[in-house]
Design a protein around this ligand. Structure first.
Ligand SMILES: NC(=O)CC[C@H](N)C(=O)O
Length: 388
């Protein structure tokens, strides 16, 4: 396979520090600004591009062969790609996959997402690590005409993700029921054939596979918009409440979500389970603080230690903010830590079925080591029913 010929660049990526990468454009034409991150997963580029948590970000894929298995609607984590753009090493080759219905190039083009190929993604990844998630402008012009100064200025003008509530842009507009289960089932788990527990899932930018995992663990899931009040949640008489993943700064999203979560904590004894943004907002509601990370965690190979069992799980991750474990108040325990950098990956309330994790137990893409967390949520709801 030949590397993309760079004789005539048709796309360029300008970093706010003035560094410019030239390559071959594919997907939509035009220009976009965003924060740049890198993802180390070797599979699942479509799931990554459609993960709503990537709103406001352009993803650099460190794995070089991106696009080679095409695209299929079944793998969408939401209706459309949400990441602002993609950066890859090789120009995508023709898909080789019986499930593929479209090429990555036409999929991106028809959905208005810009991509650049032929980039030295190792060099770029090093820049991201050194600079800490830079602000960038990505432009694709088949004529190859670029105003570099204007692009660098656009990158510098990007406000960044800190202080941004993006959940309101990606949440559902009205409530709906979810009953689709996972297709593949992790070994060692019993798939529930009929729903046993009523769960309200707050949609801050939920991935479909999380909802499938909840359904497969025996939950009858009603999804509510991010701004739902505690009264609206309780009107469904749930057995448990789920707080989803989502994009942006947890502190900003927390402006409306945290008071709602606090009210649930204060007025009910319901089991609550949160993932990623849901984890961060549960921590905020319990009185802890969140911080912006240098370059975040994005990949499908992140080791996380369960502090209770001592077991290490290999996990899927996608976050640029983290809970500051030093700020956890009394009555809230740290349950999981990242073995890459020691950052917080899980909390729970002492003596209450209220817990959350920073990583993604639903994977999609990634390993399924953490699936037990869905079963734990179902068990907590079953246990509460026995006592009420
Ligand atoms: N995947 C997520 O839910 C991401 C949470 C949050 N937006 C972050 O970047 O840290």
């Amino acid at each position: 396979m030949a590397q993309t010929a760079l004789t005539k660049p048709t796309a360029c990526l300008a970093l706010a520090d003035g560094t410019v990468f030239y390559g071959t454009g594919f997907g939509a034409t035009g220009q976009t600004v965003a924060e740049l991150c890198f993802n180390t997963a070797m599979t699942g580029y479509q799931e990554i591009m459609t993960d709503p948590s990537y709103a406001g970000q352009i993803v650099t894929f460190t794995f070089p062969h991106i696009g080679n298995v095409g695209v299929t609607p079944e793998d969408d984590e939401t209706a459309e790609p949400v990441a602002a753009g993609m950066v890859v090493k090789w120009d995508p080759t023709a898909p080789s996959n019986w499930r593929s219905t479209e090429t990555l190039k036409t999929w991106l083009e028809q959905r208005g997402r810009i991509a650049i190929g032929g980039i030295d993604t190792r060099r770029l990844t090093r820049a991201i690590r050194q600079q800490g998630a830079p602000h960038v402008a990505l432009a694709h012009d088949p004529e190859g005409k670029f105003d570099i100064e204007a692009l660098v200025a656009a990158a510098r003008g990007f406000c960044g993700l800190e202080g941004l509530d993006l959940a309101k842009d990606v949440t559902c507009s009205q409530s709906y029921r979810w009953d689709e289960m996972r297709w593949a089932w992790p070994e060692g788990y019993s798939r529930q054939s009929a729903p046993q527990h009523k769960v309200v899932a707050l949609d801050y930018g939920a991935k479909r596979n999380i909802l499938r995992c909840l359904a497969s663990a025996g939950c009858d899931v009603t999804v509510l918009p991010a701004t739902a009040t505690a009264a609206e949640v309780l009107a469904h008489s749930p057995d448990g409440v789920f707080l989803s993943n989502g994009p942006g700064d947890p502190a900003a999203t927390g402006a409306y979500a945290v008071p709602m979560i606090k009210e649930l904590l204060e007025t009910t004894d319901l089991p609550i389970f949160g993932i990623c943004l849901g984890h961060q907002m549960l921590a905020l509601a319990l009185g802890a603080k969140t911080v912006k990370m240098n370059h975040g965690h994005h990949g499908a190979n992140h080791p996380v230690k369960d502090l209770e069992t001592g077991k290490v799980e290999i996990t899927s991750m996608n976050h640029g903010f983290a809970v500051d474990a030093q700020t956890l108040p009394e009555g809230v325990e740290e349950t999981h830590v990242s073995l890459f950098d020691g950052s917080n990956c899980g909390i729970r309330m002492t003596g209450r079925p209220v817990y959350s994790v920073q990583h993604h137990p639903e994977a999609s893409p990634g390993p399924q080591d953490s699936f037990y967390l869905f079963e734990r949520f179902a068990e907590a709801m079953a246990a509460r029913k026995e006592t009420v």
